[in-house]
Design a protein around this ligand. Sequence first.
Ligand code: PHE
Ligand code: NA
Length: 506
Amino acid sequence: QAPRREAFGSRNVFILSAIGSAVGLGNIWRFPYVAYEGGGGAFLIPYLCALLTAGIPLLFFDYAIGHRFRGSAPLAFRRMHRAAEPLGWWQVLICVVIAAYYAVIIAWAAMYTWFSAQLSWGVGNEEGFFFTEFLQMGDVGKTGLSAQFVPQAGIPLILVWLVVIVIMALGVKRGIGRANMVLMPLLTVMFVILVVQSLFLPGAMEGLNAFFAPNWAALADPGVWAAAYGHIFFSLSVAFGIMVTYSSYLKRKTDLTGSGLVVAFANSGFEILAGIGVFAALGFMAQAQGTDVAGVATSGIGLAFVAFPTIVSQATGGSIIGVLFFGALVFAGVTSLISILEVIVAALQDKLGWGRIRTTMTVSIPVALISLALFSTTTALAVLDTADAFINAFGIMAVAFVAVIVVAWLLGRLPALRDHLNRRSSFHVGWIWMLLVGALAPVVLGYLFVSEIIAKVNTPYGDYPIWFLWVFGWGMVISLVVLAILLSLLPWSGRSHAKDDPEYDE
Ligand code: PHE
Ligand code: NA
């Protein structure tokens, strides 16, 4: 007899946790630059289109599957149809890869929270400090994969894993729910203070002008629309199995679509706020260096670990900006990381019928060890960069594409899912939702997927050696699919039938 399925304490805790998952590094370091590049103020149009026609409809789709079939991703898909189980494992494996490197960025950000307080990098040496002193970055082309441990990056990584393992072991209600109840309000407050403080920096207005100035010509570029759709899928954490898993922990009588709208708009609110804060700070940096905003605008690792330390060095009260910024990255990252790990833990709990602690340890320790082996050495950045680029381009786009095709077209489940959404919800969905999920989503996802393949075949990613791209790029993405099929062939010893779960009715 499998133990009783876990649940969130209340719908509000679920909403907060879903926002915690959605609001992540993407909001802070990805969105501002995507928007700036994609037409500034004019980007609002493709962004809103992507949000309303794909992001929110697919968010509802994930909620409906998880809540209707009341299971982790593999179980929910299996209950829909036996042959659909590999889809769930595919999502689980994508989460394994993402978890392994997401933790690394959190660890770096945690160290930088500390460094910010005393400007450890030495004013003027921000870039050299990050790559050479902190990461001790090596060259995979020359040395191959390194086994040389870098303590200042590796030790915080161990600590991050210890913290999230404790949260995961405490379970959905006492671990994940509580962590989000504490961290999300804290994150919001820190974030608002950070943005307000950035607005008072000299040059902030130039930054905002650059961010909001509309470039209408960008709307004619299909690449900008593709960027908007690609960003929205990532930003809302749809098609990762996360929302399927979280919504399986909701009570039967729940307003699903109402919750989804709150989550989606909260996530967008965070993005816009981040855009304002980041560009205000970049405006200051440009002014301090006597260039224009275009000369300093970046995203990702470069924004967080080179540009921001520079701003922290030069601004009055810079240390406070640094502590708030890196602290926000840590909190936003941890609440996303635990949602990624929950996909994996829940899947094995369902499949094997094990208890919470045993499953958490069995899952988290190997993932933590992989994470440490690959990312606490001098070649961490190369592996991280490649895995991130390939999993986003192929893993997620592909699994989302296959999932909508299978569920909508092969299994014809959209009408049933629509009815399920409407049973308790305040916001009703109808044929428009089915059209968006069943027709528009596969077209957009298919387009994004194919254009990514063409791009990555034509121009090998980064300047990494070919063997490296085969192992950590193509090889990784392809082996996930094979492994997913194999995992779905293993027998279930946990709950796979309705009788195991009183709240699930066939
Ligand atoms: N949605 C998160 C963000 O915007 C990223 C994320 C993706 C988090 C997948 C968890 C899982 O940053
Ligand atoms: Na997000």
